[in-house]
Design a protein around this ligand. Structure first.
Ligand code: NAD
Length: 483
């Protein structure tokens, strides 16, 4: 029995039509809390991907020709429908992704905020007029839509990672082909259903569902019609897609993995740091790319911070995300639990000490007990790899220079966090962090207004903010001579 939800759609959405795979293949999506089926979607391949690209190409001329204000009006209608269905979308998300319902409601609002923001921002794709090099010439710079955009998105934020790409693309005058993660296609399809209701023309958004991401990814990256790929996901897949895009020299935005340090200086407000730590680390059961992955705590406050954090983590309520007051749901699948278990076991063998948790949860299945580890070294697996689970490893440092050295000793550079009261010191340390984003006395930094993105191997480009629109615009220079 598929989930009872008015927004459940079990077909893909191509050229404004709800479609099946050409050969009828389907795949089943399981609820990560219960293991029960949520529903089925078409398992599409290269052929349907080509059809989606053709649909986006066909829709492009009319869409880009609309006045920005008219595109904004349609996007705003889409935003209104998403918010009107916040509860249905949140329940769909918890069913396929597992996050607690309160977080799912928050993600719907967060995801919708990109549609609202870029509906406005699209009106401001301003160009330039520059003084010419000679009296008879004028230089004009236009901002043109890139063209057909491909978006490949992860399962951890099944709505927001789509709207953060598609809303600026559409606002800029581009059309899009979205390939959602195989674990979470229903949120994507529900977004498409609401876009259809809002009156977005056929072909402007296309959703290709698949259990064969490599085949669809290859078709998207090989196509010369697709002018831009925006990808959020693991660093390994991002690198592979970047290589695949070389042949057609596509524009790229990559939001890849992080390994966020959370630095607690000895003058920090420890209660505020624990609150920030809970939000940053345990949200979505630790499955966000900006999750704190290593806690660097200064000697003088290490034991006190460890005690406070451990007490708070022990009190977290773990259960199916639909339950009342649940704070930690299941991980996405068995492989995710295996990974967390492997990292914790290897780190404990290397000398880390379990303060709380340290094992699978008694609920079984995909549940892992919220964990705090002390005496962690920066060379241990739990500090080297992104755990994507509810585990806080605590490392110790003596002075600011050591904190900066440890923090930067990774190939990732997405988010970092810093708690301290001395503004001068905080500023100096923050400036030395090789990270695209730094939360200062704040554990939640993502919003539609600020530029989200990483440096080093965490990616290319920025999403959200006024800079997010630039990712979908090309500069075109017109030289007007004979004046
Ligand atoms: P993933 O890379 O396995 O999957 C992401 C997407 O890529 C999915 O849609 C998947 O189907 C697709 N994919 C997988 N192999 C592919 C291939 N060969 N060709 C084309 N597409 C392919 O990552 P995940 O496990 O879904 O997500 C977790 C990772 O994503 C973490 O590393 C996390 O840090 C990162 N992430 C980053 C951000 C960010 O903004 N930087 C946000 C969320 C998640």
């Amino acid at each position: 029995m598929p989930l009872d939800n008015p927004l459940l759609r079990q077909q893909a959405y191509i050229a404004g039509r709800w479609s099946n795979a050409a050969d009828g293949r389907r795949h089943t999506i399981l609820n990560p809390a219960s293991g029960e089926p949520v529903g089925e979607v078409p398992d599409m391949g290269a052929e349907e991907t080509h059809a989606a690209i053709a649909a986006a190409e066909a829709a492009l001329p009319a869409w880009r020709a609309l006045p920005a204000k008219e595109r904004a009006r349609l996007l705003r209608r889409w935003f209104d429908r998403v918010m009107a269905h916040q509860e249905d979308l949140a329940r769909l998300m918890t069913a396929e992704q597992g996050k607690p319902l309160a977080e799912a409601r928050g993600e719907v609002a967060y995801g919708a905020s990109f549609i609202e923001w870029f509906a406005e921002e699209g009106k401001r794709a301003y160009g330039d007029v520059m003084p010419g090099p000679a009296g008879d010439r004028r230089i004009i710079v236009l901002r043109q839509p890139v063209g057909v955009v491909a978006a490949i998105t992860p399962w951890n934020f099944p709505i927001a990672m789509i709207t953060r790409k598609v809303a600026p693309a559409l606002a800029a005058g581009c059309t899009a082909v979205v390939k959602p993660a195989e674990a979470t296609p229903f949120c994507a399809l529900a977004l498409a259903a609401l876009a259809e209701e809002a009156g977005l023309p056929p072909g402007v958004i296309n959703i290709v569902t698949t259990a064969r991401p490599a085949e669809v990814g290859a078709a998207l990256t090989a196509s010369p019609v697709v002018r831009k790929l925006s990808f959020t996901g693991s660093t390994g897949v991002g690198k592979r897609l970047m290589a695949q895009c070389a042949d057609t020299v596509k524009r790229l935005s990559l939001e890849l993995g992080g390994n966020a340090p959370f630095i607690v200086l000895d003058d920090a407000d420890l209660d505020a740091a624990v609150t920030g730590a809970l939000a940053s680390k345990y949200r979505n059961a630790g499955q966000t790319c900006v999750c704190a992955n290593r806690f660097l705590v200064q000697d003088g406050v290490y034991d006190a911070f460890a005690a406070k954090l451990t007490a708070a983590v022990r009190a977290l309520k773990v259960a199916d995300g639909l339950g009342d007051g649940v704070q930690i749901g299941p991980l996405i699948n068995a492989a995710a639990v295996d990974k967390v278990e492997r990292l914790v076991t290897a780190s404990v063998e290397a000398g880390a000490r379990v303060l709380t948790g340290g094992s699978r949860h008694e609920l079984g299945g995909n549940f892992y007990t919220p964990t705090v580890l002390a005496d962690v070294g920066n060379d241990m697996p739990i500090a080297r790899e992104e755990s994507f689970g509810p585990v806080a490893p605590l490392l110790r440092f003596r002075d600011d220079a050591e904190a900066v050295r440890l923090a930067n000793d990774t190939r990732a550079g997405l988010a970092a966090y810093l708690y301290g009261r001395d503004l001068k010191r905080v500023w100096r340390v923050a400036e030395q962090l090789e990270y695209g984003m730094v939360g200062i006395n704040e554990g939640i930094i993502s919003n539609e207004i600020a530029p989200f993105g990483g440096v080093k191997e965490s990616g290319l480009g920025r999403e959200g903010s006024r800079y997010g629109l630039d990712e979908y615009l090309e500069m075109q220079y017109l030289c007007l001579g004979g004046m």
